[in-house]
Design a protein around this ligand. Sequence first.
Ligand SMILES: Nc1ncnc2c1ncn2[C@@H]1O[C@H](COP(=O)(O)OP(=O)(O)OP(=O)(O)O)[C@@H](O)[C@H]1O
Ligand SMILES: [Mg+2]
Length: 223
Amino acid sequence: MIEIVNVSVAFDGQPVLEKVDFTLSRGEFVYLVGQTGAGKSSLMRLLYFDLAPTNGRIRVAGYDSLTIKPKEIPYLRRKLGVVFQDFKLLEDRSVYDNVAFTLHVTDAKRAELKKRVLHSLAEVGLSHKRNQMPHELSGGEQQRVVIARALINEPSLLLADEPTGNLDPTSSAEIMELLLKINMRGTAILMATHNYDLVKRYPARVVQLKEGKLTDVELKQVQ
Ligand SMILES: Nc1ncnc2c1ncn2[C@@H]1O[C@H](COP(=O)(O)OP(=O)(O)OP(=O)(O)O)[C@@H](O)[C@H]1O
Ligand SMILES: [Mg+2]
């Protein structure tokens, strides 16, 4: 699903990732941890080809950084779901329209569109809120709308960058339960997080970024 080989990234000559190797298999759930500024978001950006590596090779969902053409990048992104910490809902549109938004862009047929939006909203347990506006929802509900939007193309890989970063412990746990349910249905998930309590409560493989290097770590080493 993801293969990163010998990847380095530098900003203005400052190295952020150095010779990183990483593989994530189909259907796997992996936490990405590391201090602020360690490069977690940069690694995520590499994976949806929003950032090009200074060196090395990245393969994601059948696309290869060495051979991908710029016009193919939107097709790659349709195979991925991406969830950010800062929710980025469109404030002037309903929950339904926020989820439908990406599909309008991809020209899905109307009936098909409605079916998929309602299915996605049901998946995150928010069908009954479909006509509300974002400001009428709690933070946790807003994040679930973002997840519904990320699921609309039935991605085989979900990238979640601090999906619980702005949430209280109860809402964070709800988001985790939701992500694990999505993972159980076969979607691979890479989740960047600072929340070690969540990592301990919902154990899975953990990789850590430190001083530019990415390594697998034992759960008990996570603190
Ligand atoms: N576009 C950019 N231009 C220059 N420097 C950047 C850019 N993006 C990130 N950086 C730098 O790269 C380093 C890694 O940033 P990144 O956002 O990937 O860290 P992070 O692990 O996601 O941190 P956080 O936990 O705070 O989200 C930081 O030092 C940051 O200042
Ligand atoms: Mg970040």
